[in-house]
Design a protein around this ligand. Structure first.
Ligand code: G6P
Length: 491
């Protein structure tokens, strides 16, 4: 652990990698929540002297920094109003839909922006407090786009990286945002801005050119510094992955294989088990998938005695209206299709509004003949990679939307679909259901080579490698913190 001078690596993300529970008598306890990001960063956090700044997930929870698994965890407190405005509002009802091709209409509220700005400043201040001189700070995702600039203003000695886990939209959509230049300036506070796909980096660079008129050359952007000097910001793609070996190993365990057989038998041993696994989010194309599936039953190209669809839809952002609407739509559609086509002992769709531990997920992946990933827009989609990592038997077919980051890497082995083209998607689902085992093996091997080689440890090493190889900053005396006021116009 670090001494008084602070940490050499500070990760800043909206959520901490632990879940807090507050008992009735007010005692706070926590459990690790092993999300993708923490798995990715654990080795580098342990090797470096690492601190993680993030929100506990609960309102008004004031918790002192704590040490867990060789990391210092630094909780940032959010009030109930900030959760409403910064998290549910600006992050998930403004930026999320805007950055996902406006599948749902983004809402623009000035009070939400003010809260986003204030909370970003709080994350930046907490990170600054933890960082040793010359440390590396790595900021994650759309909730914290103003943090890079806010940190740089206080600590020009730090190396600052930012990674956007979701898509970066084309300028024609991004420019709807009333605070678009403030967001660009916020991100340009970083030395390295990482994206999932080359297309996202290109969208960002184009937005910088058009909204700020800075010079760009390939991935390099020249930004004038406050003191009249120039500095360079690199914007490039670093497609994220999963801990592939962990899923591979999980799925090789006899208990998990036993559980996979049990799942199939509980489903009535269908010939074809199809699987969808998503957060219940309108970007995931769950409605399109269910519509296609229902039509296949109607057309008689699939029938409930031989095929079934298991749809895991984990609860997400339940206070946001668009998510409530989606849940109603999905549950209505599932109810209608089951009402119409199910028979005793043969549901058409098994709809599970829960989340499950990785062991159960690995068993479901092993049990599923066809994995359906039909997002309308998705930064990467890690479920597609988890499915592949779990299939050491070289069986199973991945049906994958063209609109996922994963499609850039997995086109060679997956069956690509456009989820808006319901007829095209129906044909692909049928092709997947009937694919012979030789073809399955050929495709799955290709996919596995890719997913097992490019795992998440490689991702974080490659991002941090590029960041730390960038020319180091000249240390200057740190003046008083200066940040743009929330009244400042978007000029
Ligand atoms: C996406 C985002 C993450 C976010 C996750 C879960 O993957 O990129 O930043 O943490 O969804 O959403 P939530 O709002 O529950 O954190």
């Amino acid at each position: 652990m670090a001494g008084k001078e602070g940490f050499d690596l500070v990760v800043v993300a909206n959520r901490l990698p632990v879940d807090f529970t507050v008992s009735d008598d007010g005692d706070v306890s926590w459990n690790r929540s092993p999300g993708g990001l923490v798995t990715a960063l654990e080795p580098v956090m342990q090797a470096a002297d690492g601190a993680w700044v993030g929100w506990s997930g609960a309102p008004d929870l004031e918790v002192e920094p704590l040490d867990a698994d060789d990391m210092r965890l630094v909780p940032v407190t959010l009030s109930a109003e900030e959760i409403e405005r910064y998290y549910e509002g600006f992050s998930n009802d403004t930026l999320w839909p805007l950055y996902h091709d406006v599948i749902a209409p983004p809402t623009y509220h000035r009070t939400w922006w003010d809260s986003y700005h204030r909370v970003n400043q709080r994350f930046a201040d907490a990170a600054v407090e933890q960082a040793a001189h010359g440390a590396t700070v790595w900021i994650h995702d759309y909730q914290l786009q103003l943090v890079p600039k806010m940190i740089r203003e206080q600590r020009p000695d730090l190396r600052i990286g930012f990674f956007n886990h979701i898509p970066f939209p084309p300028l024609e959509l991004f420019q709807q945002l009333p605070w678009r230049r403030r967001v660009i300036d916020g991100l340009l506070g970083a030395d390295l801005v990482g994206f999932q796909r080359a297309g996202d980096a290109a969208n960002f660079i184009r937005a910088v050119r058009r909204l700020r008129a800075y010079t760009t050359r390939g991935p390099m952007i020249t930004v004038p510094d406050e003191d009249g000097r120039e500095r360079h910001v690199r914007a490039a793609a670093f497609p994220i992955s999963i801990d592939s070996r962990r899923f591979d190993e999980l799925a090789r365990q006899p208990e998990i294989q036993h559980r996979a057989r049990e799942i199939r038998s509980d489903l009535g041993d269908p010939e074809i088990m199809m699987l969808g696994v998503d957060r219940l989010d309108y970007t995931k194309g769950i409605r399109h998938r269910i519509k296609a599936y229902g039509e296949l039953l109607q057309d008689g190209r699939l029938d409930v005695e031989h095929a079934t669809l298991v749809q895991v839809a984990s609860p997400s952002r339940e206070n946001v209206g668009a998510y409530q609407d989606l849940r109603e739509h999905v549950e209505g559609a599932v109810g209608r299709i089951n009402g119409e086509y199910a028979e005793i002992g043969h549901a058409a769709i098994h709809y599970l509004h829960h989340s499950y531990p990785p062991e159960e997920m690995a068993a479901m992946y092993l049990a599923a003949d066809v994995m359906l990933v039909t997002s309308l827009r998705d930064g990467m989609n890690l479920v597609a990679k988890e499915y592949v990592a779990a299939r050491s038997d070289d069986r199973g077919v991945l049906v994958l939307s063209e609109f996922t980051g994963a499609a850039d890497e997995m086109a060679a082995g997956a069956l690509l679909v456009n989820p808006h083209d319901i007829d095209g998607m129906k044909d692909m689902i049928v092709a997947a259901a009937h694919m012979d085992t030789r073809e399955q093996r050929k495709r799955m091997r290709r996919l596995r080579r890719r997913v097992l080689a490019d795992d998440v440890a490689r991702w974080s090493e490659s991002f941090l490698g590029v960041l730390t190889a960038m020319p180091s900053r000249v240390p200057r005396s740190t003046g008083p913190a200066r940040s743009a006021s929330s009244e400042e116009r978007d000029t």
